[in-house]
Write a protein that binds this ligand. Structure first.
Ligand code: 8Y4
Length: 287
């Protein structure tokens, strides 16, 4: 375990560079309708910017902007709604000294987001939507390939494994192969086990215990378990807000196994934990 070190890699994100030899915190910025149902459009953008600014002050070096609606509806309507939520926020945050990641599965959303200043494609569907692989190759940006089975609406029935880590490795390798085949560069790929996606509590815990196995793939690892249900199950915290400490613990265990990026709601608490880990790693310099 002590022999695992972070990849000595730099992730090129447009005009910015992320140093993956140190753990990086990706702050979660939700721009779904529920988060601005009270106010108007400007209210929603102002709130998003304020939240992002706070996360940057707290030490986030990446902001993950997500605006996908989980409600059923026509594709064209859903696309327009997602664009309307995400693009103004990207435009507003483009001037900040932070890497912008977009949580989307839609190639059109990512294309417009990149035109507006976004850097990373974070896709929980690992570029499986029509045209997504080709768009990622064309945009030539870093992509997060996350493990999932089915769709968020059907995935729970697919949470059946002989050995979860081995099957996640096999299925991630298939998505990596697809990405490489269309010309996505190896140095642009980040992998993610997809905590909570088509996994029950035991699966999630086994994956966390064996996260270091993902180094076999040869790509930087992103770990994202912030406030998720299995953290609630273990800590007996029914309210997502009360899962911060459990989430920090899980993220630190991920970092100890060589995860390069953690995706968190509670940025300051996560950064504090990482500071303790980094201080421990460099203890001779403290005397
Ligand atoms: C409270 C709030 C509790 C939100 C749970 C949640 C991942 C991801 C999500 C992930 C990557 C979520 C966008 C689910 N999960 N992207 N996105 N990896 N790369 N639920 O595990 O945060 S959304």
């Amino acid at each position: 375990m002590h022999l695992i070190s972070l990849p000595n890699k730099q992730l090129h994100c447009g005009n910015k560079i992320l140093d993956l030899s140190r753990p990086q915190v990706m702050g979660i910025l939700n721009v779904t309708p529920d988060s601005f149902s009270d106010g108007g459009k400007h209210h929603h953008i102002d709130n998003a910017i304020e939240h992002a600014e706070q996360m940057i002050r707290d030490g986030a070096t990446i902001i993950d902007i997500g605006g996908e609606s989980t409600r059923p509806g026509a594709d064209a309507v859903l696309l327009d709604a997602e664009l309307e939520r995400v693009i103004p926020v990207v435009q507003a945050l483009a001037k900040y000294d932070v890497v912008l990641s977009i949580d989307t599965s839609q190639p059109e959303v990512m294309q417009q987001a990149v035109q507006s200043g976004a850097h990373i494609w974070n896709d929980v569907r690992a570029l499986s939507r029509e045209g997504a692989l080709e768009m990622a190759a064309h945009l030539n940006i870093p992509v997060v390939l996350m493990h999932m089975r089915g769709e968020p609406t059907t995935m729970n029935q697919l949470a059946s494994y002989q050995h979860v880590t081995n099957e996640v490795l096999i299925e991630l390798r298939q998505r990596i192969d697809c990405a490489l085949q269309v010309g996505i560069k190896a140095e642009r790929i980040i992998v993610d086990p997809g905590f909570g996606f088509a996994k029950n509590t035991v699966h999630n815990l086994q994956l966390l215990d064996e996260l270091w196995q993902l180094h076999q793939l040869g790509y930087p690892i992103l770990s994202a378990l912030s406030r998720k249900r299995f953290i609630g199950a273990v800590t007996e915290q029914t309210e997502a807000m009360d899962r911060a400490v459990g989430s920090v613990a899980g993220h630190l265990l991920s970092i100890q196994q060589g995860a390069s990026i953690v995706r968190a709601h509670d940025v300051r608490a996560t950064v504090d934990a990482i500071r303790v880990w980094e201080a421990m790693k460099s203890w001779p310099h403290w005397e």
